[in-house]
Ligand binder design. Structure first.
Ligand SMILES: Nc1ncnc2c1ncn2[C@@H]1O[C@H](COP(=O)(O)OP(=O)(O)OP(=O)(O)O)[C@@H](O)[C@H]1O
Ligand SMILES: Cc1ncc(C[n+]2csc(CCOP(=O)(O)O)c2C)c(N)n1
Ligand SMILES: [Mg+2]
Length: 324
């Protein structure tokens, strides 16, 4: 029996999502109609994942769905927003029902967890590409931004970085590690956890924030440029997992943490005056952000230090850039 575009949308993307009261009209019409809470501002983020660029052929459909939603929710987290709605643009080489089952289950799991509703999208035939747009809200005027860091602010990352890059290196046969460690880091590559709760807790505490997708150095530089400041980072303070420290040499671990990307931890700054409130909030929070340095007044200058001496990365590449 022929299985067409509209069967595909009906079977996999119309029902089974959390139904939110603020969705006046969801999947099925020319557009979605949505009700914003009073006093809120809407935060919108879009990210695409392309087969061969963001994931390889072995990646399970469930992981692709999780990750494309997670990277968008991570952008909302970096803005301090509460997630509400997702839209999905799907380009598929064929309507493979096993793949669609895995994909729609993965998407449902993460939507259920964060209470997000799929509100629309688009389905086309072509090379496998998935795009999500995430919509969320913040109380007006409280969104976290890249441009608010000030000299003297403390610099934090929300958790271990470099693991996804290590998993990719193993997958691409650039290095080998034990099976047990590979399982742990592969979970971080395939199923990143967006720091959604932490992001909301940082509203009115952090002076700036960004999520780490391209690598700490590359993404921190966006904060430095937008805020017209510099930073000193003590590379010995970078949070590294046990899987990382037990698998590779210390310098290589630092390089993964600085530049491999795909981590989806938050990098943020906290002014000295908010440090007390921050420590109090964190005492009750499962995330344990680590202080890795401080913001300086040297515009656009990132200084990496090890034992108070300048430290230079072994690898030339500073972060993921699609066109260089
Ligand atoms: N084709 C485009 N048209 C309009 N704006 C764009 C386009 N591509 C990116 N942007 C905007 O440029 C800014 C930087 O985008 P970028 O994709 O680098 O950030 P990001 O999504 O946080 O990072 P990443 O994609 O690495 O996760 C964002 O404000 C984004 O909305
Ligand atoms: C098969 C394969 N090759 C390379 C990578 C690494 N990678 C791809 S895009 C990206 C940055 C974020 O993307 P964007 O800037 O588009 O949001 C990274 C770290 C991967 N995950 N899988
Ligand atoms: Mg982007």
């Amino acid at each position: 029996m022929a299985f067409g575009e509209f069967d595909l949308i009906d079977n996999y993307f119309t029902h089974r999502w959390p139904q939110r009261d603020d969705v006046v009209l969801g999947v099925g019409d020319d557009g979605a109609v949505l009700a914003l809470p009073q006093g809120a501002e809407l935060v919108v983020a879009t990210d695409t994942m392309v087969s061969g660029v963001h994931f390889d052929e072995q990646t399970p459909a469930r992981a692709i769905a999780h990750k494309v939603a997670a990277v968008n929710l991570s952008d909302l987290a970096a803005m301090g927003a509460e997630p509400a709605w997702l839209s999905l643009a799907l380009t598929l080489p064929e309507a493979d029902q096993d793949w669609l089952n895995g994909f729609s289950h993965g998407l449902k799991e993460i939507c259920d967890y964060y209470g997000c509703q799929l509100i629309g999208g688009d389905t086309t035939k072509g090379p496998l590409t998935v795009t999500v747009t995430a919509h969320g809200f913040v109380p007006a005027g409280t969104a976290l931004r890249r441009d608010g860091a000030k000299p003297g602010d403390w610099l934090f990352v929300s958790g271990c970085i470099g693991d996804a890059g290590l998993a990719l290196a193993v997958q691409q046969q650039r290095t080998t590690i034990s099976d047990a460690h590979y399982r742990r880091v592969l979970e971080r590559l395939y199923f990143p956890s967006p720091r959604v709760a932490l992001g909301q807790n940082l509203r009115e505490i952090a002076s700036s924030a960004i999520d780490i997708s391209d690598g700490l150095v590359a993404d921190l530089k966006h904060i430095l440029k937008a805020s017209n400041v510099g930073a000193r980072v003590d590379v010995d303070e970078l949070p590294l997992s046990l899987a990382m420290t037990e698998s590779v040499a210390a310098d290589a671990a630092i390089d993964y943490a600085l530049s491999s990307g795909d981590d989806y931890e938050l990098c943020f700054t906290v002014p000295e005056s908010r440090r007390g409130v921050f420590d109090t909030v964190l005492a009750h929070h499962p995330a344990k952000p680590i202080c890795i340095g401080r913001i300086t007044n040297e515009a656009n200058t990132l200084t990496l230090l090890r034992n108070d001496e300048p430290w230079f990365s072994q690898r030339e590449r500073e972060g993921y850039d699609h066109f260089s």
